[in-house]
Design a protein around this ligand. Sequence first.
Ligand code: RP5
Length: 205
Amino acid sequence: MSDAVQSLVDDLRAEAERDRPTEETPEVGIVMGSDSDLPVMDGAYDALTELGFEEVTDDDDPPEARFTFETYVVSAHRTPNLMYAYAETARERGLDVLIAGAGGKSADLPNMTASIAYPLPVIGVPVQEKSVSSVIGMPTGAPLVAVDAGKSFNAALSAVQVLARAHPELETRLEAYHEALQDGVGTVSRELHERGTATFRASRK
Ligand code: RP5
C-alpha cells in the first residue's frame, strides 16, 4: 500500500476508535472512484449545502452546522484497502448514510461499499450511462439503492430523506425545498399562460 493510502487508512481507523458525540461527526459520506467524477458527483455537494449541510474537512475541527458531510476519492480497483477501510469504519465514525459514485463499465465502488458497510444504507450513483448496470446489479440479499446516471443531486436528497426520519428539522428543510420547487413551476406556469406562448418564448431567447 502506498504511503498516501496508508495514511488515509490509518486516519479512518483512528477516527473509528474515537468516541466523538454524534453532533460532531458527519451524517453523510460521499465517495467517488476518481476526482474526474467530481463534475458529476458535485451535485450531491450542491444539494446538501442547499439544505444547510456543511462539509467536514478536519475531523478535529468540525463546522458549526448541526448536519455535515465528508468527501473522499476511493477507487475500488486501485485502492481496495482504502475502500475497505472507508466502508468498514463508516458506522463507527458516525456516518448514517453513504453516497457512492463511480464511472466506467466496472463501477464497483457503490456496490462493494454497500456490501462492506452493510447495514448502513448506500445510495449508488452511476457516473456514466455505461455504469448503470454495474451499479444497480446487486444480487438478492445485498441491497443498494441507486439513482439514474449522473443524478447525484437526487442521491443527496434521498440521503437527507433517510436522515429526516430521525431528524424532524431535516423533514422541514426538505418540505421547504419542495415548496420552492413547486413555487417555481407555479410562477412559470402563470407567466406562460398570461403572456402567451409567443411572448414567453421570445423572452427566453
Ligand atoms: C474512472 O475510474 C471512473 O469514473 C471511476 O469512478 C474510476 C474508478 O475506477 P477504479 O479505479 O475503481 O477502477 O474512470
